[in-house]
Design a protein around this ligand. Sequence first.
Ligand SMILES: Nc1nc2c(ncn2[C@@H]2O[C@H](COP(=O)(O)OP(=O)(O)OP(=O)(O)O)[C@@H](O)[C@H]2O)c(=O)[nH]1
Ligand SMILES: [Mg+2]
Length: 358
Amino acid sequence: MKIGILGLANSGKTTVFNALTGLDLPVTVYASVEGEPHVGVVNVPDHRVGRLSEIYEPKKTTYATVEYIDYLGITRGDLKQNRKVFDMVKDADAILHIVRVFEDESVAHPLGGVNPERDADTVEMELVLSDLELVEKRLERMEESRKRGKKPDEQERKVLLRCREALEEERPLRAIELSDEELKTLRHLQFVTLKPEVMILNLGEDQLDDERVGDLIHSLEERFSSPVIPLSGKIEMEIAQLEEDEQRGFLQDLGITEPGMTRVIQACYRHLGLISFLTVGKDEVRAWTIKKGTPAVEAAGKIHSDIERGFIRAEVVSYEDFLRAGSMAVAKQEGVVRLEGKTYEVRDGDIINFRFNV
Ligand SMILES: Nc1nc2c(ncn2[C@@H]2O[C@H](COP(=O)(O)OP(=O)(O)OP(=O)(O)O)[C@@H](O)[C@H]2O)c(=O)[nH]1
Ligand SMILES: [Mg+2]
């Protein structure tokens, strides 16, 4: 899964990126205006993978991963500059929108002062404008080719007109109802407001138990229908640099139950409707990410297209049943290993062995 980080300049994007990846890229008090995007890949925390790995002692243990990209800030009213950022996150599966809440005189605010609601609106507006421009260009191009005698794709035109209407009303495309068919028609345009979004409130060290934060979360969640996660980028970044056992202690002292790294990934999984299934063996224990509702045959295709093509059956046992049994042999004796067909809907934590024939 790939997650693009967006937000105004100096909202703490790189700080949060460091917190989420454990990397240590320089953060600056001035706004970055150019440079290369930062990419960081992290394992999706999953205690089941660790436990299964202890049992199987495989040669290789592979967690699902998330890739974060951090780039420039969004500038109000500069579509050309913003296009660079949107192009960068075009193929991301989700957007992480960083909103500055922390107060710090020494860190300039591009709009003059800290105001999270206005900032969130500003960024969302730029996203909407960018998609609106894409829609209009596309419609123009379709019109031109119609004049040249080419028959336009009526289905695409119809859905684009609906998109334009929503965007003109300042609504993101994720807020309108689109069928799978329509989504497919739009896919090539890679709209940024179609991507699921999670918002991060980047709190100052002194704002962790500020009660106004609760109201702010509520208000933003209502307005943008995106989950909002409060975290202190700066503290979490410092904690992310520590060894794991040291991290626990620091978090406890601060009354933080889970590090931001975990909370953000969990929120994204929940919001995107993602789950994991597991494969086990002496060679490898591994977690695979799929959408909730994925049939077994498609899940098999995640591993290899041959397994999808030659799919015969899936041997499935839930992680809990497997742990209770203690081994695959006992699980089979106890009858908790089921044989499932192509259409079986894979569940979170299913341990699967695919039988296939190529
Ligand atoms: N006090 C405080 N300062 C923060 C926090 N998060 C970020 N900062 C500071 O704000 C400044 C900008 O942080 P960055 O992470 O570089 O912000 P950015 O959004 O990546 O900025 P650009 O890439 O330039 O747009 C740095 O000096 C950070 O140390 C925070 O939670 N508290
Ligand atoms: Mg930055």
